[in-house]
Write a protein that binds this ligand. Structure first.
Ligand SMILES: NC(=O)c1ccc[n+]([C@@H]2O[C@H](COP(=O)([O-])OP(=O)(O)OC[C@H]3O[C@@H](n4cnc5c(N)ncnc54)[C@H](O)[C@@H]3O)[C@@H](O)[C@H]2O)c1
Ligand SMILES: O=C(O)C[C@H](O)C(=O)O
Length: 322
């Protein structure tokens, strides 16, 4: 059986880590694409030379032309620029929007049957633009953010409780920005919801509030430490989990930026909600009943994403014609 082809558009920090993980997990062959000449070729060769040491079989190639992604089963997009300390993800909108238009055209031409995972920020608006520019079905184009934000929440909680990360579940919904919504009620340790753990004296409400806050600022915390870029190991691992669920039809239930057409009362927008990912792409949108403060926070987050989508429409009205 021929191996699946996985195309990585953008061969920077996340792109390189993605390629490494695809190799180590033997998920398929990798084509790394970038506009920077030599970078995808160099990274692909370096990674290929690690394969005899780690014992994985994976063909890794680099390219500066979209033809190379032809026939890809999965395309993961990290092309664009990351933020620097002091910037918000939203400050990247106009520069990365242009990139999404180019990338969308490349995918439309050479990989129209692919499952596409967008990572480029500001995430929810960029995946919206990428879907418009590529014209691929909505269920085949998703954004990676919720898996990452939930992983951060899970890690902080596991650390607080001194338990295995494996036993902590969490859901962070909404847009991937300052307004994201960590759902305390639906986050658990071995099935025990966080509010019960507060009652049981495992932690205090104020400590839990601090962890929620740290989760919301998880990206900025790393940007401020690195100073020259943003997180890449956990973002890459998160996108690989999504790609794996598609490639192996695992039907994992994960929070992703998915296209909503009435679900959660949202129309024609991508926002972070739980979905089932299988070999048809997004196979189901899981509609959790949100009430009280959670609903308020979710609506606020949706409004923030809506503002960014409106900005995209103004800058690139041609997207609406696709
Ligand atoms: N969704 C998330 O949770 C999440 C997490 C981390 C980072 N990000 C975002 O992912 C993006 C990439 O991050 P990174 O750390 O890999 O950045 P990076 O700068 O290391 O890599 C980006 C790559 O994109 C390439 N590029 C730029 N314009 C291009 C174009 N038109 N076509 C093809 N390639 C192009 C650059 O040459 C560079 O190699 C950023 O926008 C960042 O904010 C999102
Ligand atoms: O914070 C960033 O700019 C990158 C990414 O969105 C993250 O959450 O790590």
């Amino acid at each position: 059986m021929a191996r699946d082809k996985i195309a990585l558009i953008g061969s920077g920090q996340i792109g390189g880590t993605l390629a490494h993980l695809v190799g180590l997990k033997e998920l398929g062959d990798v084509v790394m694409f970038d506009i920077a000449e030599g970078v995808p070729q160099g990274k692909a060769l370096d990674l290929a030379q690690s394969s005899p040491v780690d014992g994985f079989d994976c063909k890794l190639t680099g390219a500066n032309s979209y033809e190379a992604i032809e026939g890809a089963r999965v395309v993961i997009v990290t092309a664009g620029v990351p933020r620097k300390p002091g910037m918000s993800r939203d400050d990247l909108l106009s520069i990365n929007l242009k990139v999404m238009e180019q990338v969308g055209a490349g995918i439309k031409k050479y990989a129209p049957d692919a499952f596409v995972i967008c990572i480029t920020n500001p995430l929810d608006a960029m995946v919206w633009a990428l879907q418009k520019a590529s014209g691929l079905p909505h269920r085949k184009v998703v954004g990676m953010a919720g898996v990452l934000d939930s992983a951060r929440f899970r890690y902080f909680l596991a650390d607080e409780f001194n338990v295995s990360v494996e036993d902590v579940t969490a859901f962070v919904l909404g847009g991937h920005g300052d307004t994201m919504v960590p759902l305390v009620k639906y986050s658990t340790v071995a099935g025990i919801p966080l509010p019960d753990l507060v009652k049981m004296g495992w932690t205090s409400q104020s400590r839990l509030d601090e962890i929620v806050d740290r989760t919301r600022n998880g990206g900025a915390e790393i940007v401020n430490l690195l100073k020259t870029g943003s997180a890449f190991y956990a973002p890459a691992a998160s996108a690989i989990a999504m790609a794996e669920s598609y490639l192996k039809d695992k039907k994992r239930v994960v929070p992703v930026a998915a296209y909503l057409n009435g679900e959660y009362g949202v129309k024609d927008m991508y926002v972070g909600v739980p979905v089932v990912i299988g070999d048809k792409g997004v196979e189901r949108i899981v509609e959790i009943e949100l009430a009280g403060k959670d609903r308020e926070a979710f609506d606020k987050s949706v409004a923030a994403v809506q503002g960014l989508v409106e900005a995209c429409k103004k800058i690139a009205p041609e997207l609406l014609g696709h």
